[in-house]
Ligand binder design. Sequence first.
Ligand SMILES: [Zn+2]
Length: 324
Amino acid sequence: MPELPEVEVVRRGLEGHVVGRRIARVDVAHPRAVRRHVEGGDDFAARLVGHTVASARRRGKYLWLELDGGAGARGANAALGTSDAPKAAFAPSTQAVPASAGSDAVLAHLGMSGQMLVASQGRPDEKHLRIRVRFDDGEELRFVDQRTFGGLSVHPLLPAAGGGLLPAPIAHIARDPMDPAFSLDDAVAAIRRRRTELKRALLDQTAVSGIGNIYADEALWRARLHGSRPTERLTRAQGRAVLTAAAEVMDEALAQGGTSFDALYVNVNGASGYFDRSLAAYGQEDRPCPRCGTPIRREPFMNRSSYFCPRCQPRPRLRRPPMS
Ligand SMILES: [Zn+2]
């Protein structure tokens, strides 16, 4: 699964290449790619054609395209050009196109191998092309997915609990640390209210979103915290430290991966290179901790692995009295 920085790279590519374009035609080449759109492929296409892509949004690892207007605005190009409208504060988009509750959004599920490609009409189809969205100027957005775990689906935008508008299926997802409206204190408080282990709380997307297994391990290493630390014993300072570290490591990955797409391809699988060069703990079993030299240890974790330095990140002792 792509992590937040990779998804943000794709979002920026879409913002630059498809926002403002009007959808003329949609071809669904494989029904699996629209299986999350329960009304079916014909309905999926009908809800896109005639609409203009108003913005490309992301929260955590989720990505979607907002379509202009509500149900009555089909084909009207209604939302573009209204730059005096208030900018939605919840997304890092530079577009000033407003969306309203009830507008449709195209939610992208990238799965294991999903790619969003931008190509000109006439370019040969990719072998695993699943959905083609053709714009009225001849450019195309292509959803290509070898393993077909991913897909696209259309959903209404709903007001989210934490503010902003989200596609209905992800309306429960918390803000991520790169969101301008992210509240560090609120996220720390949400984590400390849990009765679970710290790493599980970092991963579950409802206190904070966008942190996957790799970034969780790196953030825990930077904050010198073991992932099995009980959340109810986490101090505010420790909570702030681990979330700040998560934001830093994602910022660094984005800085290194943010230029990995070119004018033609918006490619979610373009490896940022960050994972090879800059990881301190994740995937580093038996290599020396960059801070203290102790060999990094690997342990099973939820069908995956956790990597940590046993010296910098001591396992919490049992039945330690709560700290505040
Ligand atoms: Zn260490």
